[in-house]
Ligand binder design. Structure first.
Ligand code: SF4
Ligand code: SF4
Length: 429
């Protein structure tokens, strides 16, 4: 790990937090550095060191060589939601929404769902945590149930992760009312409304929150941080991460627990063995929804994966983009198209992908309405091949049509999947 730690002032949803320290200050692990102005979260130092610089969007810390395990505790003794707020906990599965706001929901006997679905391919840190340390997640569910006045707790997890399922089963105490819902291995099973549909049998509208079905959903790592905040008065200073891709150490995913927030992407890649030769791009996040990043970018409270990919394949002919609500968005597809030297001539959205609160949402995540009409439109507009970001089920419906029209299909995850020799999200053209 190198000695420079960069803590972004905006770590999740909401505006950037406001620094309360200055350059030259010495800090401990856990020292409060910045506070939100409105919606947002407290930001704490993830290391012992000295503040080197403060800019508009980042606090840079020069970390000491010696990093003791001890940390500065949060002082709050209020409700569970107050402690969670003080600890700076936000949705660590990628959403970045302040968890205290979710816990302030009065579910009046509803359910807390722990999201252990980890539906992005190749990411494995959530499953490792459930397997190795189910107890801390279990207690997090109990704290969340208490805070949001829920009667039941459910761990949502893919059935294929049998070891993690068994590990969690072993810590369940019958009187606590916590159970496991085992889900199919499909993308996007981890999407909140997909979870509500699969676990509670209710299909929410695109603008409804899980609370409309009497549920609050929290990622498993978020729940473990809630346990740490309540029991140890520990602020969020570290993140669990998967590193995978074109690495000297091989194609298997490497997971790291409790990496200091603000550590650089390059330091994580070095920990995983280093990049093996030339590469296409570095992705922060998962293959479907991640974005390209740089080696000196820092990890945040919402970073889940770091992926070093092979070089891009070159696109054949003029490209039509088919945008899904659950995968790469239009900007990301355009970026991939450019990296493939592709000429984008038309863009269509899946007809179930609708605008909701400034983002695209799927009306029924993962249940495809069929894509023939959109593909015909793209062809009519001059597209000779397709670049798509659809989920598992929906890519199959694309594959029912496109080959008949002699249109090769590329998927936004192709370069990632090929890098590690993983089955492609759709059949080959
Ligand atoms: S699609 Fe959503 S739920 Fe699934 S892994 Fe990615 S961030 Fe998590
Ligand atoms: S139905 Fe459309 S928006 Fe929904 S997951 Fe499938 S491709 Fe994406």
């Amino acid at each position: 790990m190198n000695n420079t730690i960069k803590l972004l002032l905006k770590q999740g949803i909401g505006g950037p937090s406001e620094p309360i320290v200055k350059a030259g200050d010495t800090v401990k692990k856990g020292t409060l550095l910045a506070v939100p102005k409105g919606l947002g979260s407290n930001l704490h130092s993830s290391v012992y060191g000295t503040i080197a610089e403060i800019t508009e969007n980042c606090i840079t810390i020069h970390a000491d060589d010696n990093q003791p395990d001890e940390f500065e505790k949060i002082s709050c003794n209020g409700s569970i939601a107050d402690i969670v707020k003080e600890a700076g906990i936000i949705g660590m599965g990628g959403a970045g929404f302040p968890s205290n706001v979710k816990l302030e929901t009065d579910l009046s006997g509803g359910v807390i769902i722990a999201n252990g679905v980890e539906c992005e391919p190749l990411l494995k840190h959530n499953i490792r945590q459930i397997t190795e340390n189910p107890e801390v997640i279990y207690r997090g569910i109990l704290y969340a149930m208490k805070a949001a006045n829920a009667k039941r707790g459910i761990l949502a997890i893919k059935r294929k992760n049998a070891e993690a399922v068994n590990s969690f089963k072993a810590v369940i105490k019958p009187h606590d009312n916590i159970e496991i819902a085992e889900l199919e291995d499909l993308y996007p099973m981890g999407e909140e409304r997909a979870i509500v549909r699969e676990v509670l049998g209710e299909l929410l509208k695109t603008d409804q929150l899980p609370s409309a079905a009497g549920a609050v959903i929290l990622n498993v790592e978020t729940l473990s941080r809630i346990t740490e905040a309540v029991e140890l008065h520990k602020p969020v200073v570290s993140k669990n991460i998967t590193v995978v891709g074109k690495l000297k150490s091989g194609k298997d995913s490497k997971t790291f627990l409790d990496v200091p927030i603000g550590a650089s992407v390059s330091s994580l890649i070095e920990m995983a063995g280093g990049i093996d030769g030339e590469f296409g791009e570095i992705i922060m996040g998962g293959p479907f929804t991640g974005h390209s990043t740089t080696l000196d970018s820092p990890i945040t409270k919402t970073s889940g994966g770091i992926i070093a990919t092979m070089e891009f394949l070159k696109a054949k002919g003029k490209l039509g983009l088919l945008v899904c609500a659950c995968g790469a968005n239009e900007d990301r597809l355009r970026e991939i198209a450019e990296k493939m030297n592709g000429d984008v001539v038309a863009v269509e959205r899946c007809k179930q992908a609708v605008e909701s609160r400034g983002a695209l949402k799927c009306e029924n995540p993962g249940n495809c309405p069929g894509q023939a009409e959109k593909i015909m439109k793209l062809k009519k507009a001059g597209a000779e091949s397709l670049l798509i970001s659809n989920c598992s089920d929906c890519t199959n419906t694309v594959m029912c049509v496109a080959p008949k029209l002699k249109m090769p299909v590329y998927h936004c995850t192709d370069h990632v999947m090929r890098t590690v020799g993983h089955r492609l999200i759709r059949r080959l053209p």
